[in-house]
Design a protein around this ligand. Structure first.
Ligand code: FES
Ligand SMILES: [Fe+2]
Length: 432
């Protein structure tokens, strides 16, 4: 449970807010590299409440500037992507990649007005097939995050993203909530083996969730990049099964690996669009082998964490990554399946998560009743709140800015009872 003030602090991310300032200390993924062509059309995006356009200059360099021209606020979406900058088509003002106005052809040059006009512009960089932007203090961009998936060959990763209509923290908290898999993604009757099998054929994962204890013992540990969350269940005599999730500041979650040989790793990046919407970046990767055709097909089918069934595209910000299944069509739920087979009759794990997190009340964290199962959520909120306050009040640099701190992997391990989980799992949790 949060106070009203903490709730506001946690959920408001616009310019000048404390959480918004905190998030602006980190590199933020904007679009995939393939989405903008050199000298080609620009794309609208919205990040941390700011309307922006992202583009690729004729020489191939990516850039991101405010959508609305500082003259009389025409949209730069229709701007001209020229050598050395973007030109507004209303009166021809041109802005360099750093936002400085460099041409003002409708104003007498002796006015020197162009030198006084600056437009929001943010440094961009490419990394792992993604364009990233840094929206923080101009002199402070840290190194790019050394995420393992961003450094392996393209054939070893699968990246998708979709637009989600809830505050970033609602989506993110689904990623640090280890007990929900036994409910939200489970079958109505876990003892009905034929039902589990039948569903497993259509949507992998039900057999797995069916065998799990529903109330795992949770432990959390602070790290120098965020929070580590261990969900402990009983295994063979004398052993515990630990499913371990990472939270990396300020908006990364890595769910535990699946218990099968040679599993893929998965990660979400919850990038706030504004206070009511979030982009859910989903990344699956393998450290040393290609993603197989079967795995790729499973991702594309929408039965995993990836949602790729989009509504017809529009040119609005994220108009091309809005899932077809949404609140207004009950997320394409099959009410008969809901009654007879699955706890939530919505197709696919990712869509089940989206459905339920969008259904949560957007603001009333003051009346929640958090229990032991919510230990991770409590600790992650505290981590974010403390960092935002410390940055504003003492100027303390937040955790997780160090590029090397991203060299982490999630894991699931079986350990003897007497072994401390953070020690026993250590080697599985870092990229060597
Ligand atoms: S509105 Fe952009 S140049 Fe006038
Ligand atoms: Fe989930």
């Amino acid at each position: 449970m949060l106070s009203q003030e903490e709730n506001e602090l946690l959920t408001r991310v616009g310019a000048g807010t404390r959480m918004g300032d905190l998030m602006r200390q980190y590199w933020i993924p904007v679009v995939c590299s393939s989405e903008v062509e050199a000298g080609g059309r620009v794309k609208r995006v919205k990040i941390l409440g700011e309307d922006l356009i992202v583009y690729r200059a004729p020489n191939g360099t990516p850039g991101m500037i405010g959508e609305y021209c500082p003259h009389r606020l025409a949209s730069m979406y229709f701007g001209r992507n020229e050598v050395s900058g973007m030109r507004c088509v209303y009166h021809g003002w041109k802005f360099g990649h750093d936002g400085q106005c460099i041409d003002m052809p409708n104003v007498p040059p002796e006015d020197d007005f162009k030198d006084k006009v600056r437009h929001p512009a943010y440094p961009c960089a490419e990394h792992g097939g993604v364009i990233w932007a840094y929206m923080g203090p101009a002199d402070l961009p840290p190194g790019l995050p050394e995420l393992e998936w961003a450094t392996v060959p393209e054939s070893q990763r699968f990246v998708s993203k979709f637009y989600q209509e809830c505050n970033y923290i609602q989506g993110l908290e689904g990623g640090i909530d280890p007990s929900h898999i036994s409910f939200l993604h489970a079958v109505v009757d876990a003892d009905d083996a034929s039902l589990v099998q039948e569903l497993d054929r259509a949507e992998a994962g039900f057999g797995f969730t069916a065998g799990l204890e529903k109330a795992p013992h949770l432990e959390v540990a602070d790290t120098d990049y965020g929070v580590l969350l261990g969900a402990r269940r009983h295994a063979d005599p004398g052993m515990y099964y630990w499913r371990i999730t990472h939270f990396h500041m300020p908006f990364y979650t890595m769910p535990p690996t699946e218990t099968k040989p040679d599993p893929l790793r998965h990660l979400h990046i919850w990038v706030p669009v504004d206070d009511e919407r979030v982009i859910n970046w989903c990344v699956s990767w393998h450290p040393s082998r290609d993603i197989t055709d079967d795995e790729r097909q499973a991702f594309e089918s929408g039965m995993s964490i990836h949602i790729m069934d989009y509504a017809p595209a529009t040119s609005e910000a994220y108009g091309d990554i809005r899932p077809r299944a949404e609140r207004r069509n009950d997320y394409l739920i099959d009410w008969e399946v809901h009654r007879r087979q699955k706890l939530l009759g919505v197709p696919g794990v990712g869509l089940q998560d989206k459905t339920i997190t969008e259904s949560q009340h957007p603001q009333h964290r003051m009346v929640e009743r958090l229990g032991r199962s919510d230990l991770g959520i409590i600790r992650v909120r505290r981590c974010l709140l403390d960092a935002a306050v410390a940055l504003r009040e003492q100027g303390t640099p937040p955790k997780g800015i160090d590029p090397a701190s991203y060299r982490i992997r999630p894991a699931s391990v079986v350990l003897p009872h007497e072994v401390e989980w953070t020690e026993g799992a250590k080697e599985h949790l870092v990229v060597h």
